[in-house]
Design a protein around this ligand. Structure first.
Ligand SMILES: CC(C)(COP(=O)(O)OP(=O)(O)OC[C@H]1O[C@@H](n2cnc3c(N)ncnc32)[C@H](O)[C@@H]1OP(=O)(O)O)[C@@H](O)C(=O)NCCC(=O)NCCS
Length: 151
């Protein structure tokens, strides 16, 4: 197994591998649906958006991990703030610092764009995800997530 892992921006040719990674992630996130076409469309929209970033962790020419980030303006902060989503590392590649590197890289991209706060959602049952995010500096807030779908 090659040991060198490069963190780079995502590109259209990564979409199929990223859809497979998202399938793994959404399988543990009860709120989200596995639907390859939607995930392809979402990734294509992110690639085109000037306020979004997709990062890939590449090893041996394959994408073994990813994260996405999007900027919104926070009136509380009076500045942009980052929503980090879609963080997942292939099981065989976990525990080698790839998740931390992906989160640091997306934070640094946001920092360069003036973001003063970083935020994300974690499934209530995802203890691994919560432990990881605590370890890399995130803390629980008093906010909960509510949502509504429309046609
Ligand atoms: C969460 C996830 C991305 C972590 O990726 P990873 O590459 O294994 O994490 P790293 O090796 O970079 O770990 C970074 C730090 O978190 C800690 N950590 C990782 N997993 C942990 C766990 N389950 N419990 C406690 N700490 C953990 C590591 O010990 C490490 O600490 P250190 O840098 O101080 O030594 C990976 O486990 C994963 O893909 N899980 C399934 C998808 C998921 O839950 N995504 C998050 C959704 S919000």
């Amino acid at each position: 197994m090659p040991s060198e892992v490069k963190i780079r921006t995502g590109r259209p040719g990564d979409i199929a591998e990223m859809v497979a990674l998202l399938k793994m992630l959404f399988a543990i996130e009860a709120d989200f649906c596995i639907d390859s076409r939607r995930q392809e469309r979402g990734l294509s929209l992110l690639l085109k958006s000037p306020s979004a970033l997709i990062l890939a962790a590449e090893a041996g020419g394959r994408v073994v991990g990813m994260v996405t980030g999007q900027l919104v303006v926070s009136t509380s902060e009076g500045a942009p703030s980052l929503w980090a989503e879609d963080l997942v590392v292939e099981p065989a590649w976990r525990g080698r610092g790839i998740g931390r590197r992906l989160m640091e890289a997306v934070a640094s991209w946001a920092n360069e764009r003036g973001a003063s706060r970083l935020q994300l959602l974690v499934d209530q049952g995802n203890e691994t995800g919560q432990a990881f995010h605590r370890r890399v500096g995130y803390e629980l807030t008093r906010m909960i997530c509510m949502r509504k779908h429309q046609e």
